[in-house]
Each structure stands twice: as structure tokens, then as C-alpha cells.
Design a protein around this ligand. Structure first.
Ligand code: FAQ
Length: 338
């Protein structure tokens, strides 16, 4: 998409509409502000402040990259799933994640971003993806815990995004959330089955819970006081809740599920606070989060390296698709001329 626009450092092209008469600009800004205040949607055809557009491209691109990179940790288990049923479920889930990524890249394209450019920014380390996908998956219990925790966290974060102020992003989230619910349930069901199994299987589940709990809490981002983007994103109603509010919601949702499953969450400070009507819990290690975001997590190099290889090996598919599209266009042109 986007033709005459010139690229800017975040992959969002500058739009000519910014060169407006000051009075016209004020009028458009007021209209935008009213739309946001009335809780109505901004659509691709609408004028929007440059900062709003860039924030959306940043968040949607990171979200898309997360879905695509997020295929890898569980994808590693497709060929080793313990039964045909588990293999089919896992296949479907990983395929859904690819679909979410492509859906989100399309949403970013409505803002003038270019998909190829976004992919290059990802593999060159110039754009981020979720920290959670930089942790290893040594056992099949990890597949269950990813579904339960990671998809559970994604649901907490993404259900409010269904009311995000940007129409294409909000609508994408509705479908994505429906599929994430299936993903979460399949993870929980897998863990339930393992917990009904042998002592060794129960130990595998507990070990995976111990390894994924804190990284899952980190998915929600830095604490509110250290979150540079939250205030503006919430004012624009892109984000509806702060990072800490969503983290709290995830903890409150997950504790009873852990009890039912029969596992212990690895946090000695975790307890119900009667007064607040919420759980108190320990502080995640946010220095670890920052380290992982900056590229120094257990699997960052492997994840990005694999994405780069896949992109390079897929070049012939993109070339073939482009050649086919060009041939179709020439054929249609000829038919119109005749
Ligand atoms: N990892 O100022 P804030 C999924 C960055 S999809 C990496 O608080 P913001 C499905 C942040 O980007 C999971 N980077 O930022 C699935 C910013 O950097 P920047 C992805 C992080 O945007 C399941 C800087 O730190 N979901 O799981 C992280 O207001 C299973 C400062 O942070 C989404 O992307 C992190 N954890 O809030 C797939 C949801 N946290 O851009 C496969 C949409 C923060 O200034 C298997 N995104 N950063 O350079 C959001 O809701 C927000 O962007 C947040 C961050 C909440 C992630």
C-alpha cells in the first residue's frame, strides 16, 4: 500500500495530509478529538494526528510480529506431539497464529505501512515483538502452559482492544479473541489431562508453570510508572487499561484456575487481599523484561534467525505471486481494451 508517501523510521509513511492550512488542521483535529470523546471509531479514510497513526503502526506491527514469532515455541512440538489428536489441535492453533499475524499486518497497511518493510524491520531487530516468545519449550507441558498462561494473558490484553478507537484494529481483535479463547481452553484441557496422568507428568506441568509464570506477567509490559506510551495511548483510547490493571486482572483470573488444576503458582507473596477484593502478588523482575526486550533473552537470536531464514526461503513464493498478479492484471487490461 501507500505510494507517494516517504518512509519514516518506524515504518509508517508520512502522509501528505499533514501539509494543511493551519485553520483546516485545527478543524480536523477538533473533529478527531470529538470522535474519540464520543467513543466512536477512527477509520482509515479519516484524518488522524500523525502521532496517533505512528502509535498504532508501532503497536499493531509489534502485535503482528508477536503472532508470527509466537508460532515458533509451540511449532517445535508439532512433529513430536504425543497423539494424532494433539498434533491436529496444535497444528490448528499455530495456523491460527499465522492468520492473526497476517490479519494484523493488513490492519497496519490501512495506516500506510508496508508489510515487506515491517518484516524487514523485525528481522533487522528494529521493531519489537513480545518478550514471552523468547523462552524455550523443553517439554510438551510447555504447550499446555502457553495456551493457559500466554493465550490467557493475550485475552486479558486483547478483549479491551476490541473497543480500541481505531476501527480495523478493533475489528481484527474481535475475531482474534474468539480464537484465543479456544487456544486457552485447549491448553488448560491438555494440562488437566496431564494432571490426571502419572506423577512424572504432574511434575512436568508444575515445572512448566514455574518457568512460565513470571515471563507471562511480564507480557503486560513495564509497570505503569515506567510505561512511556500508556498515558497517550489511553487518552487516544487505543489502550483501554493500563499495564498494571491488566496484569492484576490476569492474576485474579488465573489463581482459581491454578487451584482447580492442582498446581502452585511460584510466588510466595501471592494472597487474596480482602480489602482490595484482589490478589496481592510479587513484583516481576522488570530488569529481566528489559533485557529480553533488548534482545538478550534465552531464545531471541534463534527466533529472529529462524524468521529471517523463513523469509529468505519464501522469496520465490513472493516472486511467483507477484508474477501471477502482474499476468492477471495484463490479461484483464487486454480484456477491457478488446
Ligand atoms: N515485550 O510504554 P509501554 C499473543 C515495549 S500476542 C516486548 O508500556 P505500550 C498471542 C513497548 O512496545 C502478544 N516489548 O508500551 C499468542 C514499548 O516499546 P516501544 C503480543 C514490550 O505499547 C499467544 C516499551 O516496551 N500482544 O500473545 C513488552 O503502551 C500464544 C515501553 O512499554 C500485543 O502486542 C513486552 N512484553 O504497551 C501468539 C498486544 N512490553 O514500542 C502465539 C498489543 C512493553 O516504545 C502463542 N500490544 N514492551 O519501542 C499492547 O497492548 C501494548 O503494546 C503492550 C505494551 C501492553 C504490549
Amino acid at each position: 500500500m501507500s505510494s507517494s508517501a516517504s518512509p519514516s523510521p518506524d515504518g509508517a509513511a508520512e502522509r501528505p495530509q499533514e501539509r494543511l492550512h493551519p485553520q483546516e488542521h485545527t478543524h480536523l483535529q477538533e473533529h478527531f478529538d470529538r470522535t474519540i470523546a464520543k467513543d466512536q471509531r477512527i477509520e482509515p479514510r479519516d484524518w488522524m494526528p500523525e502521532g496517533y497513526r505512528k502509535t498504532l503502526v508501532r503497536q499493531i506491527a509489534q502485535h503482528a510480529h508477536s503472532e508470527i514469532i509466537g508460532m515458533q515455541p509451540e511449532g517445535d512440538w508439532i512433529t513430536r506431539a504425543p497423539s494424532l489428536r494433539r498434533k491436529a489441535i496444535l497444528f490448528a492453533k499455530v495456523q491460527d497464529e499465522a492468520g492473526h499475524g497476517l490479519y494484523l499486518y493488513s490492519a497496519a497497511e490501512t495506516l500506510g505501512a508496508d508489510r515487506q518493510d515491517l518484516t524487514e524491520r523485525l528481522i533487522e531487530g528494529r521493531q519489537k515483538y513480545s518478550s514471552i516468545f523468547n523462552y524455550p519449550t523443553p517439554t510438551f507441558a510447555d504447550v499446555g502452559v502457553i495456551g493457559w498462561f500466554v493465550d490467557g494473558a493475550a485475552i486479558c490484553n486483547q478483549v479491551p482492544l476490541c473497543r480500541s478507537s481505531y476501527g480495523p484494529y478493533a475489528r481484527a481483535m474481535v475475531r482474534v479473541c474468539k480464537e484465543e479463547s479456544f487456544h486457552q481452553r485447549q491448553g488448560y484441557e491438555l494440562l488437566m489431562t496431564m494432571m490426571r496422568g502419572t506423577e512424572e507428568q504432574r511434575a512436568m506441568v508444575q515445572d512448566a508453570v514455574d518457568r512460565w509464570w513470571w515471563p507471562s506477567l511480564m507480557m503486560f509490559g513495564p509497570p505503569d510508572e515506567d510505561s512511556p506510551n500508556s498515558a497517550q495511548s489511553m487518552a487516544w483510547r487505543i489502550k483501554r487499561h493500563s499495564n498494571d490493571e491488566l496484569r492484576q486482572k490476569f492474576v485474579d483470573m488465573t489463581v482459581p484456575q491454578a487451584e482447580k488444576l492442582g498446581v502452585t503458582l511460584p510466588d510466595p507473596e501471592l494472597r487474596w487481599n480482602e480489602e482490595r477484593g484482589q490478589h496481592d502478588f510479587g513484583r516481576p523482575d522488570f530488569t529481566e523484561l528489559m533485557r529480553v526486550i533488548k534482545g538478550d533473552g534465552p531464545c531471541n537470536a534463534e527466533r529472529v534467525g529462524r524468521r529471517r531464514t523463513a523469509h529468505e526461503e519464501g522469496a520465490w513464493v513472493r516472486e511467483a505471486a507477484a508474477a501471477h498478479a502482474a499476468k492477471q492484471a495484463r490479461r484483464e487490461e487486454k480484456e477491457h481494451a478488446a
